[in-house]
Design a protein around this ligand. Structure first.
Ligand code: FAD
Length: 438
């Protein structure tokens, strides 16, 4: 059922959400649930997500439930958990024979799957499933944000097609190459643009039977990571165990040719030189991929983090605020946490009775959001970069030593899963209270 955004008696705002990606749609559902009027401005002509898979942690799902139960319900309808109780990490490089590669002999270490507690889904399917809960016409497609200015009566947004919109607040969810970030931080600010992480991902979705050919029944039917020098592979079943999502990540010391074009369709033979000395499972996995695969340049904000996620009545949310590489599998999860904080501080600020104007209340709320979210989300961006190096045996403290790698991954992942969502919301509301008094 569409959420109509009515919560009788609660003060509401007219809010513009820029970007109808995963975080933009979750933000919109959260704001509607809190009783605000929302218009979403999306550059593309329809919902767009790549046909790859992604996963959400237990912490992110807890946030979804609080943001708007329809977000979690959508994920539950289209998502699935790993069947195996352990997340297993395999040696993709050393096994000399297929028997060894497919057996427990190539297991480096394992971790309980219950801790991070992932639910996986196909990105495009999850996005469309969530969008079913949006009221008709709320998303204006073909609207590319060009500029904005803050006026006394609100924020004026200007789009590439010449149209203009007025709003009380702007939540910019326009992704890793965010235009809103450049406008908010300034074109000359190094934090306005993400940097190439020197990792590329080749991705494809193949029938599960093809994954079984390369990896064997057990590995193909469960999430598994294969580690090795300068590369790693991540595979997991999707679509009710009928398909396998394959990511092969390579280290790439060269600069990325075109930072505006992050995905290229390439011949899979491009990967072969980097993987020619790898074990038989990974070499066969490449054989099972279609001839043309998508190559995805991984950009993030680790080199130049933003010093704030909000100015005035405009906030950056999700990748627009803290784009991360995917090696913790939690970039979008951080965006989900952002949304819970945003709706909570807005509620707090708008219920204040100290005689502040709407603009002052919104500004205080967004400052509180930024203060509370900076550390954790930027820690994730940095740690995720390290995780890429750890998986690819390039991290000097762990090398290729399985017990050191396990300890390192566990202590980092603990920070993601040992997280008290209620505490985060309480801190955000306290911070908002402080900002309201300034
Ligand atoms: P986006 O998905 O980039 O959406 C931005 C939207 O804004 C788009 O629709 C775009 O068209 C629109 N837009 C852009 N510019 C404008 C403009 N000027 N005006 C209007 N609209 C505009 N995270 C996880 O939590 N778990 C995972 O398992 C996971 N796996 C990943 C695997 C890979 C290979 C990668 C690269 C990332 C992965 N991530 C994962 C991270 C996750 O993909 C991102 O954090 C998430 O997609 C960010 O969503 P977003 O809505 O902020 O941005």
């Amino acid at each position: 059922q569409p959420t109509n955004g009515e919560t009788p008696g609660s003060p509401s705002l007219n809010i513009a959400v820029v970007g109808a990606g995963i975080i933009g749609v979750i933000t919109t559902l959260g704001l509607l649930h809190a009783g605000h009027n929302v218009t979403v401005y999306e550059r593309a002509n329809d919902y767009f997500e790549v046909g790859a898979a992604m996963a959400f942690t237990g912490v992110a799902r807890e946030c979804m439930q609080q943001i708007n139960p329809s977000v979690l319900e959508a994920l539950q309808r289209v998502g699935e958990a790993n069947r195996h109780p352990m997340n297993r990490y395999w040696d993709g490089f050393n096994p000399a024979t297929k028997d060894v590669a497919q057996s427990e002999k190539s297991l480096l270490f394992q971790q309980s799957a219950r801790e991070l507690d992932y639910t996986g889904c196909l990105r495009s399917i999850f996005l469309r499933e969530m969008a079913k809960a949006l009221p008709e016409g709320i998303v204006k497609f073909g609207k590319s944000l060009e500029s904005y200015s803050e006026e006394a009566e609100g924020v004026e947004l200007r789009f590439a097609d010449g149209s203009i919109a007025q709003t009380d607040a702007v939540f910019a969810c326009d992704g890793v190459h965010s235009k809103a970030r450049r406008l908010l931080l300034g074109e000359d600010n190094p934090a306005s643009r993400p940097s190439f992480t020197h990792k590329v991902a080749y991705r494809a979705i193949i029938p599960i039977a093809n994954a079984v050919n390369a990896l064997g029944e057990d590995k193909a039917n469960n999430q598994c990571a294969h580690l090795g020098p300068d590369a790693h592979a991540l595979s997991f079943p999707v679509a009710q165990w009928t398909l396998s999502n394959i990511f092969i990540f390579l280290h790439d010391p060269k600069p990325w040719p075109d930072p505006q074009k992050m995905t290229l369709e390439v011949d899979k033979s491009e990967m072969i030189p980097s993987l020619s000395k790898w074990g038989p499972s990974i070499r066969e996995l490449v054989e099972q991929l279609p001839e043309k695969v998508f190559k995805w340049a991984i950009f993030d904000m680790a080199d130049n983090p933003a010093d704030t996620f909000a100015r005035g009545r405009v906030a950056l949310v999700g990748d627009a605020a803290h784009a991360s590489s995917p090696f913790h599998g939690a970039g979008a999860c951080m965006g989900v946490e952002d949304v819970l904080v945003l709706v909570s501080v807005l509620e707090k600020a708008l219920s204040n009775t100290s005689g502040l104007s709407k603009a002052q209340a919104v500004t205080a709320a967004l400052q509180a959001y930024s203060t509370v979210r900076l550390d954790r989300s930027q820690w994730l961006v940095n740690s995720s970069r390290d995780m890429g190096e750890i998986y690819q045996w390039r991290y000097s403290a762990t090398g290729s030593d399985p017990s050191k790698i396990k300890a390192e991954i566990e202590s980092r992942s603990r920070k993601i899963w040992d997280f008290d969502v209620y505490q985060m919301v309480a801190e955000a509301k306290q911070e908002c209270e402080r900002k309201l008094k300034l």
